[in-house]
Write a protein that binds this ligand. Sequence first.
Ligand SMILES: C[S@@+](CC[C@H](N)C(=O)[O-])C[C@H]1O[C@@H](n2cnc3c(N)ncnc32)[C@H](O)[C@@H]1O
Length: 239
Amino acid sequence: MVIEDLRARLSGSLQGLARIALRSLWVPTRSEYLGISVEATMDPAHLLNAMLGPGTGEVPAELPELKAQQFSELWPIDPAAQRFLWGFVRSVRPQRFFETGVADGASTRIVLDALERNGDGRLWSVDVLPTAGDLARRSPAVHRWQFVVLPARHRAAALRRTIRPLRPLDVFLHDSDRSYSWQAFEYREAWSALAPGGWLLSDDIDASYAFLDFARGHRLRPWVLVGPRKLFGALRKPA
Ligand SMILES: C[S@@+](CC[C@H](N)C(=O)[O-])C[C@H]1O[C@@H](n2cnc3c(N)ncnc32)[C@H](O)[C@@H]1O
């Protein structure tokens, strides 16, 4: 606790680049999230009800296992986050869903299949790897999907160009580069592209201070799904 306090005071007292540099070196502790969140739980149904109101959560007890095929088995979102995502898409019924970070496509497949069950909505995904998305390509809902490969050069500009014509988005899900600067960039872009009342979802919110700083900067309290390996967060843009 003493070290956390010192870290928070030190980086809080610095400005601009120096602060970002320090923020990039450290990652937030779970207790920092517990202090700021509306709700932090390991139970995806509980989280969904806390976010959308009692009785809204339709979270399946289990989903068919989506095994990593080509990429690291540590990359897919956690099973609890997968169940949350299915319930979230079924309840919110988004028309325009945008995600970053596909890999084998566990999150992509879940969103697509849930949109198909809704009978409505489209998903746009970006990754830097052209071979990403195998699980999604095998979904019967692949007709709802558009996949964009971001180039190695001018990647940020390419992401911006991809998002711009899709505004307003109902949901933006981040699960790509976990560095402070890229996460902060994506959250800013997401926020300006989201419709009022839209949702910013993010895996790996404990990989850097970006999500915590973003929430604080907007005076918002996140909802947090606590997983065994990582934290998954949600923020709602005010209507
Ligand atoms: C953790 S994996 C995504 C897992 C996926 N959401 C799932 O549930 O299976 C991260 C992915 O982000 C991609 N990636 C890395 N940097 C990126 C960037 N700047 N923009 C878009 N995708 C990026 C990687 O190629 C990798 O496929």
